[in-house]
Design a binder for this molecule. Structure first.
Ligand SMILES: [Fe+2]
Ligand SMILES: [Fe+2]
Length: 342
């Protein structure tokens, strides 16, 4: 059966995107040069993304209903419906990469938690909790990670695929920041304080999720990275830099106590010490607020392009001592040009 079937009793999903993947006819025949073990890791990586993207579709489906209940405009509800469709397509694209690398796009996975409805009398506040968590946190981090991935991707077919996904993720993140801007005048200080307290929990969830997804350790080879295997240590550092340089300052500018919330974030599955144990943090990982990545942002809360451009620069300097600061990395990726984030 193609598509995704849900078994509520077992809370398991059987995702079968094989047919959908083959319809994309992604050609990665050059991947024959990948050693077998690295090919398997690359397939597993794309399958993991396939699952996460498809879960994201459920998230936007739930958010769409909450936006309707909170009395938001029909245009906003329609936009969220479009995001749901885009996430389903992302799942198919990631499945296509897995199949093109010789894998099978069939996975049986846990369904994952539902988007909380918070059961608040104040439906606007309940909606904003989820908008913060989904768009301002998760989707903003996704933009940074996928932008960086484009720096590493080799085959043009994968670059095109990542470009399409990235453009959509930027829209998903930006919509949340925009909604926050629109609703900010209606919040009041009591709501802001409650939302800031909520952020401590949301940051804990974000951290646990990202660090679970971004397994520590380097990619097995540059070739494996070109086919989508992530360098976990560097990706974790980019995640933390995005939190400190983009997300926290962006939320602070909108009146939320995000620096405080990060410092008081609540670990949700295990201690932060356990999560970080395998990696050494760069100096950028422990600060909150004040990052300059957001000060020159576009006003929608995203300074991600600049953060990733500097991340690329740092990599280039490490790889080629004496190299000029990042210009070729920027040229290759397009990162740093304002139109990349739209
Ligand atoms: Fe996505
Ligand atoms: Fe997204």
């Amino acid at each position: 059966m193609s598509g995704y079937a849900e078994t509520q009793a077992s809370a398991l999903w059987r995702l079968d995107l094989d047919d959908a993947a083959r319809r994309h006819r992604l050609d990665l025949s050059d991947a024959a040069a990948l050693p077998e073990r690295e090919r398997q890791v690359a397939v597993a990586s794309w399958l993991g993304r396939m699952v996460n993207e498809t879960r994201s579709a459920r998230v936007f489906a739930a958010l769409k209903g909450q936006a309707r209940d909170a009395g938001l405009s029909g245009a906003t509800v329609a936009e969220l419906a479009r995001f749901e469709a885009e996430e389903l397509r992302h799942g198919e694209l990631c499945a296509a990469a897995a199949v093109a690398l010789g894998g099978s796009a069939v996975q049986v996975v846990e369904r994952g938690p539902d988007v909380p409805d918070h059961e608040l009398e104040d439906s606007l506040e309940g909606l904003l909790r989820n908008v913060l968590s989904i768009s301002c946190l998760s989707e903003t981090v996704a933009v940074a990670l996928i932008q960086a991935e484009r720096l590493e991707s080799g085959p043009r077919a994968l670059q095109r695929l990542l470009r399409e996904i990235l453009a959509d993720e930027v829209g998903h993140a930006r919509a949340g920041w925009r909604l926050l801007d629109e609703l900010a005048p209606r919040l009041g200080s009591a709501r802001r304080d409650r939302l800031s307290a909520w952020l401590a929990l949301a940051f804990g969830h974000l951290e646990a999720h990202e660090l679970r997804e971004l397994a520590p350790g380097p990619a097995p080879s540059a070739l494996a990275e070109a086919y989508g295997v992530c360098d976990g240590d560097r990706a974790r550092q980019l995640f933390l830099t995005t939190v400190h340089s983009v997300i926290i300052p962006g939320l602070e500018r909108r009146g939320l106590h995000a620096g405080w919330a990060w410092q008081h974030r609540q670990a949700t599955c295990c201690s932060a010490r356990d999560l970080y144990a395998p990696m050494r943090l760069s100096s950028g990982g422990g600060r909150s607020g004040g990052g300059d990545g957001a000060t020159d942002s576009d006003g929608a809360g995203l300074g991600v392009a600049d953060v990733v451009a500097r991340w690329g620069t740092w990599r280039l300097q490490r790889a080629v001592p004496g190299a000029r600061a990042g210009s070729s990395a920027r040229r290759r990726s397009g990162i740093g040009r304002r139109r990349t984030v739209r």
